[in-house]
Design a protein around this ligand. Structure first.
Ligand SMILES: [Zn+2]
Length: 166
């Protein structure tokens, strides 16, 4: 089984293990970088792609479904590109208790970055952010000031810390 990240007809297909690694490194770098509510939301949303909680091979997504804030789309997009760049610079990888396989991971990071570069405000699903927030439980980290994992500094999702869980 595997997971796919898609944008229109373009897809990244990853093994389940590689998916966990991709989310781990993006959550680590994004948690370090995120300052605004928009930015923290984007990283928490990625952290919810937690196969240990929602099922192996079930966390594929379309980049248009991410909780982009249309009113600040370009800032959101630049933040996500920067998050990938920090991951490519191995930011906070020392916090992982394993060494990512760079031969597998780097092409996926590069492709993810290229997809985000191609994303436009027009193709984003404009109700994705609102629907996601509406569906959140009142105790969800995304509504409770964005707690972090004490061990990893990672923003928590409703499933806890993606890195601890992986
Ligand atoms: Zn943790």
């Amino acid at each position: 089984m595997s997971n796919m990240i898609a944008l229109n007809s373009e897809t990244i297909c990853m093994s389940n293990g590689l998916t966990d690694v991709l989310i781990d490194v993006l959550v680590l770098s994004g948690s370090r970088l995120a300052q605004t509510v928009d930015e923290r939301r984007l990283i928490v949303w990625l952290a919810e792609k937690d196969q240990s909680k929602v099922g192996i091979g079930t966390v594929g997504f379309d980049i248009r479904e991410m909780p982009w804030n249309i009113e600040r789309f370009e800032e959101n997009r630049q933040f996500m590109l920067k998050t990938v760049e920090l991951a490519q610079n191995r930011i906070d990888w020392k916090n992982l208790d394993y060494a990512p396989d760079e031969k597998m991971l780097f092409p996926v990071l590069q492709q993810f970055s290229e997809m985000i570069s191609k994303l436009t405000a027009e193709c984003v699903l404009s109700n994705a952010l609102g629907e996601w927030i509406l569906a959140a439980d009142k105790n969800d980290p995304v509504l409770c000031d964005f707690p972090r994992c004490e061990k990893h500094g990672a923003l928590l999702s409703c499933f806890g810390c993606h890195i601890c869980n992986n």
